[in-house]
Design a protein around this ligand. Sequence first.
Ligand code: ZN
Length: 269
Amino acid sequence: MMGPQHALSGAAVWLAGSWALEQFADYHQSPLALAVGTAVCAGGALFPDLDMSGKVTKNQGGATVARTFGVFSLFAAEVMEKISLGVYYATKLSKDPRRNNGHRTLTHTLPFTVLVGWGTTALCAAYGKWAVITILFFMFGLALRGLFDEWAERAGWVIITLASAGAAWFTYANLPGGRGYPLIGTALGVGCFVHILGDMITRAGVPILWPIPIKRRMWMMIGLPNRIALRVGSKAEVVGMRIALTVVSALATVGLVAPSVLSRFDIEI
Ligand SMILES: [Zn+2]
């Protein structure tokens, strides 16, 4: 799965989940909260690939997420990759192979997902406004990069940075204040989880069971058999998946927004 599919799957899962919560649990969200949650979940669904470093000095390479903020995010990816590799070696057992790159290790585990969700929630609760606005800024950048990849490629990272900053500020100014916003942490954590599932389907191997040791391996790679995974990741299926995810997102959005539009219409009549 490439960046755009990851981002789109994050958005689709959040929208579909919000629709289900509204239908079956009577849980309503304002349009702004819904948009923020969707963007954060889409951005979060790119976040685990921050462990894929590129060439910082040449401003090249890295995953979609690593290019979002130019050399700054490439540098962050470099650090994340090294930390991941460090954790890999610190916890590896005798049957785990040697590696020279940390990609698809620590950031593709359930503890990481939980840590990101919990950490975000804790930051927002502790620091309020500034934590919220900073996290939204980063997540909007990732979401823009992932969901509008062709535009983002043309626009370049400076425009993306400015657009994310503007969107983060607008959101903060319009969200009701004085709260911790657990929604942001939840959306980020769910996004990371969706990313891991996406990697399991389209590429063989994510260490989803870490840190549970199995057969003297701590980093057992789990996913579809290589042959099937490669097929699911083929170009035709990627396009098919993209269409399916877009349809799911669109249907969920209509399902969420239509009732309130219709009821407003009724009142006006
Ligand atoms: Zn990944």
